[in-house]
Ligand binder design. Structure first.
Ligand code: UGA
Length: 432
């Protein structure tokens, strides 16, 4: 099939390459010429494991290429995926639909009758119905098909999704999209075909549930800190109850990134407009618990530094919002690094992949070329993003370069006994 993918961020670039992998002819579009040039030359403009190989393989087959021209997109495609971002509006909770609206407005004049537009961006309830009217006026149809991929596992999640959800008003439109995903559906992946509003809701409800689960265990971490209980053992014991499960029950610095934080806020904003704000008032608390973890991390570091951060040298391990990503949007690690710097410390950050992004967005922070360099002369080391590389650090090696053997494990991911046995003062969130 002839497919176009509009927007080539984490979602769109992965989706374009994955659709070519399924055997379709794919044209990706981005308004950023330099991104298009990089993708056409086989270079992924961000870090996503497995994507460079997938991109190159499919560029070589001739089934995948990228353009900046909507005219070309209209002539080429039978099915157009909209994969642009919906960030949080500046100064408010609501989602900013500028990019979705711009993509749709550019697509409409070139849209061929009988073609299919597929929305994948995460949007406020009611957006699909509004866009559908515009698309239908051109003789085309709309399906809303939310995406559940995780950064760091984007390729795997796109090619082997745990479910496919389609919001459609007419059956032929959903059938058209089923043809695109036929090889995936043939493997028995569950398919839910529903109305527009439910499809939009599935996405924000899923992210709200995940955020709630993380904040639940982090609220328990607060209680653990007050009682001397151990949140990691609590989570382990809870996880054996299959009704609860162990995933997303990892206590620590909490959630960040370009999705969970802004999605729960946009959901609250939309619920307010719909007159059901009370139904989601718990999400405000989920957000607050999450923010308190960052503040607690700063306080814990201060406690460890005998009550003052002024004049301290602090090594920060991690800048990405989670491991296996270079994404620093709403990164808990960088938020903490900045707060500690503001409290008077000299901060040196190291991350295996997110250094370039961090330098651009946080130019006042100090950066080092390795974990060891960041730790050199440090009065305290903060472990804020749980990269494998940091788990493997040997305390004895770090002992030789630091000024004081003090570490705060913001992700409950290091081997506590190993660090204590090596003479370090080890502290963590939610356990002593
Ligand atoms: C999230 C969802 O997991 C995806 O299903 C969804 O498609 C995506 O948002 C999106 O809306 O596009 P992602 O933001 O890539 O994916 O990352 P997650 O793996 O969900 O992690 C989010 C944050 O929660 C990270 O900061 C992570 O460190 C934190 N987290 C995760 C915890 O603090 N504890 C946990 O137990 C799990």
């Amino acid at each position: 099939m002839k497919i176009t993918v509009i927007g080539t961020g984490y979602l769109g670039a992965t989706h374009a390459a994955a659709m070519a992998e399924l055997g379709h002819d794919v044209l990706g579009l981005d308004v950023d010429q330099s991104k298009v040039d990089r993708l056409n030359s086989g270079e992924v403009p961000f870090f996503e494991p497995g994507l460079p190989e997938l991109l190159k393989r499919n560029l070589e087959t001739g089934r995948l290429r990228f353009t900046t021209s909507y005219g070309e997109v209209g002539r080429f495609g039978d099915v157009h995926f909209v994969c642009v971002g919906t960030p949080q509006k500046k100064g408010e909770f609501a989602a900013d639909l500028t990019y979705v609206d711009a993509a749709v407005q550019s697509l409409l004049p070139v849209l061929r009758a009988g073609s299919l537009v597929v929305g994948k961006s995460t949007v406020p309830l009611g957006t699909a119905a509004r866009i559908s009217e515009q698309v239908e006026r051109m003789g085309a149809s709309l399906v809303w098909n939310p995406e559940f991929l995780r950064e760091g596992f984007a390729v795997e999640d796109t090619l082997n999704p745990d479910r496919i959800v389609m919001g459609a008003e007419a059956e032929p439109a959903a059938k058209h999209l089923c043809e695109v995903y036929q090889t995936i559906l043939d493997r028995g992946v569950p398919l839910v075909v529903t109305d527009f509003a439910t499809a939009e809701l599935v996405k924000v409800a899923a992210n709200s549930f995940l955020a709630t689960k993380i904040s639940f265990i982090n609220a328990m971490a607060e209680v653990c800190e007050a009682t001397g209980a151990d949140v990691t053992q609590l989570a382990k014991a809870l996880s054996y109850d299959v009704r609860i499960g162990g995933k997303f029950l990892h206590a620590g610095l909490g959630f960040g990134g370009g999705c969970l934080p802004k999605d729960i806020r946009a959901f609250m904003a939309r619920a307010g407009e719909l007159g059901v704000d009370q139904a989601l008032s718990f999400l405000k608390e989920v957000d607050e618990i999450n923010k308190r973890r960052r503040a607690r991390m700063v306080d814990l570091t201060r406690e460890l530094c005998d009550g003052s951060l002024a004049g301290m040298r602090v090594a920060v391990l991690g800048a990405a919002f989670k491991p296996n990503s270079d994404d620093i949007r709403d990164s808990p690690a960088l938020d903490v690094a900045l707060a500690i710097q503001r409290a008077g410390s000299a901060v040196r950050v190291y991350d295996p992949q997110a250094m370039d992004n961090a330098r651009v967005s946080y130019p006042t922070l100090g950066y080092s070329a390795s974990a060891i360099e960041a730790a050199r002369g440090a009065d305290v080391v903060l472990h804020l993003t749980e990269w494998e590389e940091f788990r493997e650090l040997e305390p004895e090696v770090l002992s030789e370069v630091v000024n004081e053997r003090r570490i705060v494990d913001g992700r409950n991911a290091l081997d506590r006994e190993k660090w204590r046995d090596a003479g370090w003062t080890y502290r963590a969130l939610g356990r002593s």
